[in-house]
Design a protein around this ligand. Structure first.
Ligand SMILES: Cc1ncc(C[n+]2csc(CCOP(=O)(O)OP(=O)(O)O)c2C)c(N)n1
Length: 306
């Protein structure tokens, strides 16, 4: 479903119907696996703007997603007043509001986990971000606080190797991002983010650890950015052609499909069926959302606090 929505958004942007898309291509495996591991009634998801796979797995519908893409009044997070296509959230699904301010949500995730711990409700927080976010102060503050108080939070760094045009080697002197966990006294786990079962196992173990009161984990999922940073970005300007080409060979969806097929769990026909069902749902959701009412100018300041 994530890929179907992603593909549809690109189509809408090219047709001039939607303004903008930040693609999750390449991120789907870790996003679906980490969110599937978050299975408690008091759990919270605190995703980054690229978290389409997290949102869909958590239960955000294609129609709700498309309301945000078209910035419609019914957009469940901000009623159409945030950057379209990268801002979603849902009180119903316990998805905290998504911010475009890189890494700003990491200390907030630690705060949510602190609240859960104080309440003793057994909740776990899943917080996701990119590799670029690890060089922000918020990363340090969030992980430091979570480490001190042994908070029930799982930090998942989706390392796609770039922060827009900045490659990882210009972001940090230590390319092993999972190693940063040691500075906070918490476990750091590196996982191949294109390997869905491995991602699920790592995330499940981290969620169980958090729920048992043993504290946070940092998981670094190493993935490939299959598309440009956003539809506004020309990655050919800074990314070698071989690297762009190589990324297409690390598609977690194709790898997982092959994994299922090898075990007799998915035939070609079933895979085609799933794809066509998802494509149909994404197309229907886009057409439906496009026809919904725009926000009213007089509602600009609703829920805006000073
Ligand atoms: C504080 C801040 N600085 C800069 C930006 C512009 N910006 C948006 S996304 C991004 C790159 C973030 O890279 P990363 O954390 O690796 O995540 P990715 O987008 O690659 O998934 C930047 C610099 C921003 N939104 N917020």
């Amino acid at each position: 479903m994530t890929k179907a929505l992603d593909d549809r958004m690109h189509m809408l942007v090219r047709q001039g119907r939607a303004p903008f898309v930040g693609s999750a291509r390449g991120h789907e495996g870790i996003q679906v696996a980490s969110t599937a591991a978050l299975d408690g009634p008091h759990d919270w998801l605190v995703p980054h703007y690229r978290g389409l796979g997290n949102a869909v797995t958590r239960g955000l519908t294609a129609r709700e997603w498309m309301l945000a893409v078209f910035a419609k009044a019914g957009d469940p997070l901000t009623a159409g007043r945030n950057i379209p296509g990268g801002c979603f959230g849902s009180a119903r699904l316990r998805i905290a509001s998504v911010s475009q301010v890189v890494a700003s949500w990491i200390p907030k995730a630690a705060g949510l986990a602190y609240a859960s711990k104080l309440r003793g409700d057994g909740g776990v927080v899943l917080c996701t971000f990119g590799d670029g976010s690890t060089s922000k102060g918020d990363f340090h503050e969030g992980l430091n606080f979570a480490g001190i108080h042994k908070l029930p939070v799982v930090f998942v760094c989706e390392n796609n190797g770039y922060a827009i045009s900045v490659p990882l080697r210009l972001q940090t002197g230590n390319l092993d991002l999972s190693a940063k966990a040691a500075g906070y006294g918490i476990p750091g786990v590196a996982v191949d983010g294109t390997d869905v079962p491995a991602c699920y196992a790592a995330c499940q173990a981290a969620v169980a650890r958090a729920r048992a009161g043993a504290g946070p984990t940092l998981i670094e999922a190493r993935i490939w950015r299959i598309n440009a940073h956003t539809s506004e970005d020309n990655q050919a300007k800074y990314r070698p052609p071989e690297d762009i080409e190589e990324a297409t060979r690390h598609d977690p969806l194709l790898r997982y499909e092959a994994w299922l097929a090898e075990r007799g769990c998915l035939s070609d026909e079933q895979a085609r069926g799933v794809r066509s069902e998802c494509d149909g749902e994404a197309a229907e959701a886009a057409d439906w959302a496009e026809a919904q009412p725009d926000p009213r100018p007089e509602d600009l300041a609703v829920n805006v606090t000073a």
